[in-house]
Design a protein around this ligand. Structure first.
Ligand SMILES: [Zn+2]
Length: 389
């Protein structure tokens, strides 16, 4: 019932507005009287939960008076929000056929119809609606974004490319970034066929749309690696570090493989050490330890790791430390290592919050009965999982 009242709200507004106008303009009185009868009958049907009958009457009312268009849009959108897609579709399809609609209203009807079809999984019909809108001022960006969503679900990368002109014209960064990924998808397909020139062209296109696309750079590095252009591959990895430090740890292994075959082998470990110093990345640290162990001594690697863990404890760092100790044969050293591990784990747990609010996620080292953030009662409880209970 409560939902129904919401549904009635825009209809009632439209009705009230219409009646207000009615009292000012006296001409064509009969038509309006018949309209108000249709409207009140429609409202009655809505109240008695007979939505389909209600729609029938309310749409009939629309035929005679264009003031109610907005109210109909609102009604259809509420149907959609309630998951009643068939009813939303019925109203929108009716609206789009009305000759008295302004251009703007026709566009709105087409867009909403597209959304209905999209929600119903009728992608081909949604696509038709959205394609109509890509040159409009109001709906271009929204329609393009729906179209890219559709082509992503159907893996129609080529169709996405056909929107490039409209996307560039819109100047929307998010759309350009999505389209860059469509080019990357095609480049990966080209890699399966070993089409070197095509791969590079597609990736160049991707970078042209979004010069900061890490994915395009990673894929480009792989293309270079496959064609044994290791110096170029290394350059791509360097650029990824400059533009996305959070993603970078994931490419360290491949980067090392390329550096070892490039003309600049000796530059890799000093670089990776500087990466660890700047970002604290565990992967960079572990990679650098390999170097210390191979070129200096295990002792030196352990010392470096311990000082790193004291500064910034991480689970992956611990794991590596334990791994390095397992091979140790001296009993005395083993006991010392266990003491160090205990000390490190204690320091690590001290850094982690002991409690969290189950309602809002607020973290805390001490217990409160009332959450300091959301003020809910008895929601602060010990953290669960790897670092908790
Ligand atoms: Zn809270």
């Amino acid at each position: 019932m409560f939902e129904l009242l919401f549904l009635l709200l825009p209809v009632a507004v439209g009705y009230g507005w219409f009646m207000g106008r009615n009292s000012i303009k006296q001409k064509d009185q009969t038509a309006k009287e018949s309209l108000s009868i249709k409207y009140s009958t429609g409202l009655n049907y809505l109240l008695s939960n007979q939505q389909d009958k209600a729609i029938e009457y309310l749409l009939e009312a629309l035929k005679h008076e264009d003031d109610t268009v907005e109210a109909h849009f609102a009604m259809a959108n509420l149907f959609r929000r309630r998951g009643e897609l068939d009813r939303a579709l019925k109203v929108h399809e009716y609206l789009i056929r009305q000759p008295m609609l302004s251009d703007q209203e026709k566009q709105q009807a087409a867009f909403e119809l597209g959304r209905d079809f999209h929600s119903a999984g009728l992608f081909d019909r949604a696509e038709k609606m959205f394609l109509k809108l890509i040159k409009t001022d109001t709906y271009a960006v929204k329609a393009l974004s729906y179209l890219l969503q559709i082509y992503l679900s159907t893996k129609d990368w080529q169709k996405g490319l056909s929107l490039e002109k409209a996307i560039r014209k819109s100047g929307d960064k998010k759309l350009m970034h999505s389209l860059a990924n469509f080019y990357c998808e095609l480049a990966e397909l080209a890699m399966q066929e070993d089409e070197y020139i095509k791969e590079l062209e597609l990736l160049q296109h991707a970078l042209d749309l979004n010069p900061n696309s890490s994915r395009a750079k990673v894929t480009m590095a792989k293309v270079y690696e496959n064609s044994q252009q290791y110096n170029e591959a290394c350059q791509c990895y360097q650029e990824i570090f400059l533009q996305d430090q959070e993603f970078f740890p994931d490419v360290i292994d491949r980067m090392r493989a390329c550096y070892m075959k490039s003309d600049h082998q000796d530059e890799f470990y000093p670089f990776i050490k500087s990466v660890f110093e700047k970002t604290g990345s565990s992967t960079a640290l572990i990679t650098y330890l390999d170097y210390l162990q191979e070129n200096f001594s295990s002792q030196q690697a352990v010392e470096y790791l311990l000082s790193a863990l004291h500064r910034r404890p991480t689970i992956r760092g611990f794991k590596h430390f334990v791994k390095m100790q397992i091979n140790e044969e001296n009993q005395q050293t083993q006991q010392e290592s266990l003491d160090v591990i205990k000390e490190l784990v204690t320091a690590y747990l001290k850094l982690r919050p002991r409690y969290s609010c189950r309602n809002c996620g607020f973290n805390s080292g001490v217990h409160y009965w009332s959450c300091p953030s959301c003020h809910d009662w008895e929601q602060i409880k010990p953290v669960r999982g790897l670092e908790g209970e």
